[in-house]
Design a protein around this ligand. Sequence first.
Ligand code: 13P
Ligand code: SF4
Length: 310
Amino acid sequence: IDPSLDLIAEINRLRKEKNAIILAHYYQEPIIQDLADYIGDSLGLSRKAAETDADLIVFAGVHFMAETAKILNPDKKVVIPDLNAGCSLADSCPADAFAAFKAQYPDHLVISYINCSAAVKALSDIICTSSNAEHIVRQIPPEQPILFAPDRNLGRYLIRKTGRDMVLWDGICIVHETFSEKKILQLKARYPDALVLAHPECEEAVLQHADFIGSTSAIRRFARESPHTTFIVATEEGILHQMRKDCPEKTFIPAPPDNGCNCSQCPHMRLHTLEKLYLALRYEQPEITMDEELRQRALRPILRMLEMSR
Ligand code: 13P
Ligand code: SF4
């Protein structure tokens, strides 16, 4: 890339010229969030992808998110700035191992968290995200046994919340499982008026200290609408950018992880950069492609989710 190029101006020119939409998750670096046409949680991004009339979708999120956009839009081109932007939760649930696990529970309804591959979606009955999981589980008749994959922390949280006994796949998110309960308690002692806001992918030891548990969009909304002024935030620190923009007068403290580097950035999400975003928009690659038969099988449980979370 020519170093004299004004990347932001070029991105703005190209997106108009190509009728492109830039979708970004909250865990993207601030400069990418500021450029996006839409920023949201997994459910919001899926809905936006389902309704867009853009010809080109540039997805600044992890692979399963861009893949979901492609499943919903087979005739549109979906590109991702870095094709290696995976997800530890999706990686923790390979489709062949999951198919064998599922075969042990033939009577169970399979609800899968959207953080999984298209192949795992194709093996599922309903998809959910952190913002609609509880709502979806509550709609399942009590006599119907449920298998939930791949996030064991979200699964355990749903069991506690709904009282439903579910079989769980043993997957975790490497970012959310490292938040330190001890450091959160130290912060609470230092800021006694602070509320703790946590994503349900966090471990139970952290969730038990949370005043609010929800998806990234729900955490953002809660802080905006709350009369409180100080918050300890236990999710990827990218979300603090929007929270601080929403409420410049409030104090947001990222919950510290126990990983030695004291940062809570998702290494997959952070593979995307402004330069890669520009190149993806300009050359329309790397592109998300998928076998049509797989796409159709993965689409069914996503459509069921969209219907059930209306
Ligand atoms: P949200 O749907 O809450 O944005 O979560 C996505 C995610 O990957 C959390 O780690
Ligand atoms: Fe996946 Fe965790 Fe990164 Fe979210 S934060 S994209 S669950 S690895």
